[in-house]
Unconditional design. Structure first.
Length: 419
């Protein structure tokens, strides 16, 4: 027996088996036994589709394929083609009419149909004149008007990290007791760009505090490694594509008095130093397709910068303020670039660089923060701040205008977001 004859015989036997099951009123598994599915139906009554009963000619052709003695074909392949087309038509018609009786597996489903224009005449049997819009008894469908619009997206992040060491007075290696506490707070609010695509508004408040014990200090029980309150505002109107006409504002200061080691000379306090910067220019925003990397760049050709030192016990010259003055105004230009990269599900990197120049002096701050989330409440953080200031009075021969601060911490972290 030839290969073609064997294939025809196999397909014929399969259809015969399906028809016999129809007569016995049995259910056939669509995926494991037969591509036709009928449950509780017989004959033409089972062959229903959204457009009505399948053409009786189709049923007759299927019966002729099953009984090849009563059918006439030009070539042996015509029988296979007719069997396949008829089987697929009956299968999809029944699936469309009775979706609740079909056993599906996602990886075996055919691709969804694609509507395309055609110049061929469409048979009347395939034209749908009316589409029923009735809804079965059950939960009411969710309409777009019923979804609550969230215009403002909030993001809150807090963390408390600390390290502690205690040594008995007779510890054989020597050493001193120590306690370090780090606090990080961040509250960020931005306008939902989904509902307001032509506007840009972000507002963030952050506070970072680092304290450490100083048992070797004669005058103080603790020292300050970090004390920074910062406010950032950015608002704009879309100009074109990812560009916005924007206004930026930034304010920085600290709250606690800070002293030198073994010294009563005050180094810093509230608004000493304080710094305010305002700028007008353009902002570019971009998010990659995966949504895990965001960049925001602002350029302000017109910028105003104010430095303050209101504490009379602090020398203002160490903050680049002329001697005898408590306020110093500057007009120039600034630029700011922020990046947020979610490297993995538990590793996030944030970077921010701010540059200001009055065309005589140059000042830049470049901050990096890497968060390693261990679980929902524990994390490790690395913070690095690099500063370059040509107006600095402390021009060390090794560092000159460069200054660096680095903090590694581990501890409790809690965050929530409405994004």
């Amino acid at each position: 027996m030839s290969t073609t004859a064997r294939h025809i015989t196999t397909l014929t036997l399969a259809v015969c088996a399906a028809l016999s099951l129809f007569a016995q009123n049995e259910t056939v598994d669509y995926l494991t036994r037969m591509p036709l599915i009928f449950s509780g139906y017989k004959g033409e009554a089972a062959l229903r589709s959204p457009i009505g009963v399948v053409n009786p000619t189709t049923w007759q052709q299927l019966r002729e394929v099953v009984h090849p003695d009563t059918a006439e074909f030009s070539t042996p392949f015509d029988r296979d083609i007719l069997l396949r087309e008829t089987t697929m038509r009956v299968r999809y018609s029944y699936m469309a009419a009775h979706p609740d009786r079909i056993t599906f597996r996602a990886w075996t489903l055919p691709p969804p149909p694609v509507l395309s224009s055609t110049t061929q005449e469409i048979p009347k049997d395939y034209i749908v004149n009316e589409i029923p819009l009735t809804i079965d008894d059950g939960p009411n469908p969710i309409m777009l008007d019923d979804i609550e619009r969230i215009n403002w997206l909030h993001n809150f992040d807090s963390g408390v990290q600390f390290s502690q060491a205690y040594l008995s007075p007779n510890w054989y290696q020597g050493g001193t007791n120590s306690l370090t506490l780090l606090v990080n707070l961040l509250w960020d609010v931005k306008l939902n760009e989904v509902y307001h695509p032509n506007y840009l508004f972000t507002n963030s408040l952050s506070y970072k505090l680092g304290l450490y014990s100083t048992p070797q200090d004669t005058y103080h029980n603790y020292g300050i490694s970090q004390d920074l309150f910062q406010w950032n505002l950015k608002a704009g109107i879309r100009a074109r594509n990812n560009w916005f006409y924007s206004f930026t504002a930034q304010f920085k200061t600290q709250f606690i008095h800070n002293y030198g080691e073994n010294s009563l000379e005050r180094k810093a306090s509230f608004m000493s130093p304080g710094e305010l910067n305002l700028g007008i220019g353009m902002t570019y925003t971009k998010t990659n397709k995966r949504g895990n990397f965001k960049v925001n760049a602002s350029i302000s050709p017109i910028s105003y910068n104010l430095k303050t030192c209101i504490d009379r016990k602090i020398d203002p010259t160490q903050f680049s303020i002329p001697e005898g003055k408590r306020f110093y105004n500057q007009i120039g230009s600034n630029a700011e670039i922020t990046a947020d990269w979610k490297i993995t599900s538990n590793i996030n990197w944030q970077s921010r660089i701010f540059i200001f120049t009055d065309y005589d002096d140059f000042q830049a701050d470049w901050e990096h923060t890497i968060n390693f989330s261990i679980n929902r409440f524990l994390s490790t953080q690395i913070y690095l701040d690099m500063r370059y200031d040509t107006t600095s009075a402390n021009t060390d021969q090794g560092w000159r205008y460069w200054m660096i601060k680095e903090i590694l911490s581990f501890g409790f972290r809690y965050a929530f977001s409405t994004t």
